[in-house]
Design a protein around this ligand. Structure first.
Ligand SMILES: Nc1ncnc2c1ncn2[C@@H]1O[C@H](COP(=O)(O)OP(=O)(O)OP(=O)(O)O)[C@@H](O)[C@H]1O
Ligand SMILES: [Mg+2]
Length: 456
């Protein structure tokens, strides 16, 4: 198994994007590392070690989804993120909860396939070169086969053909013919375009049927005229596919998804039935929770790539729990998420850091946007402090939408500038945002509650 990040390294990686929320980062890092630890454990105990699923709780806009997104990049494992509110109970129209496991397997198959493709890439490239060459200068079939001993003069057509081919092979390799059009035969995926839908049929059987019909249809081939550059891409895919054993890929993918897969269930609070609401339990939401149970607890799910056991998949759930509480989830489900981490509300100082520090910080995004117009945008430290202060104040006075408030505040601040570039503010201009500018543009709005309610 290749190098796997240690818990501290995982946190360091998350730190590049997420400010604060140490507790959440730490627990997520432990859970991730535990996956690796389990795989290294003796096989008798391996089966017994169950993942400690995590429930992240925190108000809106404090980084729950952001952590999930960044985790996906770090995990180097099949990862899928779903929104609990999208699911409907089995038997009703809509996505059933098992589809999240199917998504995970799909993800895993893609991952394994592209790794295998990488491994056979060189071989596939050679094959592709041959196909392209054949399309350019078709080889001569039959004919006399004796070769000449004197290299200069071709003895016959056959040899002339060979020489021409070698010359073009050079040119192809040097990229001299990238724009030249050639005609190649490509196979079309027969499964695409067949839609199957029947009332009362769930998604799994629908996909199954689709696949079955697809494989029954003869594979269609089609001639296409493409430039060599384009043809190379198309052909590489085909040639690589020929070199890969798909059955092996599927097996490996299922194994990986079973042992290292992570499913992130966002907005889980949306399926909790609020006790405060009254009017009896919401049957359909509770139904979704009940459907979730066996998956989280461990069961077998049929996918088009094979059957997968969900026992060791790690589940991370997150929700704001504004209108409901974790205790509004059915008790069985609560028990399946033993690790609770609370994400704290962000402070003014957090806002200040979020504005400038993360790799994808808002200020960096706008700087990059204006750079495209050759305008240099920069923010003075005092301006960032003022922005953070304003965002924090609007949050506490009107509605707390967390770090998302920074988006509205900054976009309001820069609106005029974004409009004036490049017509009024030309290329090579330097714009420095100062605290005074922030006050000037946003000050009134913050003072006036009614105004800020609509604008910020
Ligand atoms: N701790 C943080 N560090 C850096 N950026 C953050 C942080 N929290 C939130 N953000 C920014 O705010 C945006 C919204 O955060 P996110 O999507 O994670 O909210 P959430 O916690 O999932 O809220 P919701 O409950 O509404 O889904 C993110 O895109 C991110 O840019
Ligand atoms: Mg979210």
């Amino acid at each position: 198994m290749k190098e796997f990040l240690t818990p501290r390294q995982i946190v360091a990686e998350l730190d590049k994007y997420i400010i604060g929320q140490e507790d959440a980062k730490k627990n997520v890092a432990i859970a991730l590392r535990n996956r690796w630890r389990r795989m290294a454990a003796p096989s008798e105990i391996q089966q017994e070690i169950v993942p400690n699923n995590i429930l992240m709780i925190g108000s809106t806009g404090v980084g729950k989804t952001e952590i999930a997104r960044r985790l996906a990049g770090i995990a180097d494992a099949p990862f899928t993120k779903v929104e609990a509110s999208k699911f409907t109970e089995v038997g009703y129209v809509g996505r059933d909860v098992e589809s999240m496991v199917r998504d995970l397997v799909e993800q895993s198959v893609n991952m394994v396939r592209s790794q295998k493709q990488q491994a056979v890439k060189e071989k596939a490239m050679e094959a592709v070169e041959e196909v392209i060459l054949d399309a350019l200068i078709p080889p001569m079939r039959g004919g006399s086969n004796f070769s000449s001993t004197t290299a200069d003069e071709p003895k016959n057509d056959h040899e002339l053909n060979e020489r021409t081919r070698e010359r073009f092979r050079e040119k192809i390799r040097n990229g001299e013919l990238e724009d030249r059009k050639i005609e190649i035969t490509v196979t079309q995926n027969p499964a695409s375009g067949i839609g199957v839908a029947a009332p009362g049929m769930d998604e799994a059987s629908m996909i199954g049927l689709q696949d079955m019909l697809g494989s029954m249809m003869p594979k269609k081939t089609r001639k296409r005229k493409l430039t060599i550059a384009e043809a190379r891409k198309v052909l590489l895919e085909e040639e690589a596919a020929k070199l890969i054993d798909m059955e092996e890929v599927k097996e490996e993918a299922i194994r990986r998804a079973e042992n290292t897969g992570i499913i992130f269930i966002d907005e889980i609070d949306k399926i909790a039935v609020s006790s405060a609401k009254g009017g009896g339990p919401d049957v359909s939401r509770e139904g979704v929770q009940r459907d979730l149970l066996p998956i989280v607890e461990g069961s077998s799910v049929a996918t088009k790539h094979g059957t997968i056991k969900t026992d060791h998949i790690l589940f991370v759930a997150a929700g704001a729990f504004h209108l409901s509480k974790p205790s509004d989830l059915i008790p069985e489900l609560q028990g399946r998420f033993p690790i609770r981490v609370e994400l704290v509300d962000l402070t003014e100082d957090d806002f200040y850091q979020i504005l400038s520090e993360p790799k994808n910080a808002l200020t960096k995004q706008y700087e990059a946007l204006l750079k495209a117009e050759s305008v240099e945008l920069s923010f003075q430290d005092a301006a960032l402090k003022r922005l953070a202060e304003i965002a924090f104040r609007v949050n506490s006075e009107i509605e707390n939408i967390g770090a998302r408030r920074l988006n509205t505040v900054v976009s309001k601040l820069l609106n005029d500038i974004l409009f004036d570039v490049p017509d009024v503010i030309g290329a090579n201009a330097k714009i420095v945002i100062t605290a005074e500018m922030v006050d000037e543009r946003l000050g009134d709005m913050v003072q006036d509650r009614d105004l800020s309610q609509y604008i910020l």
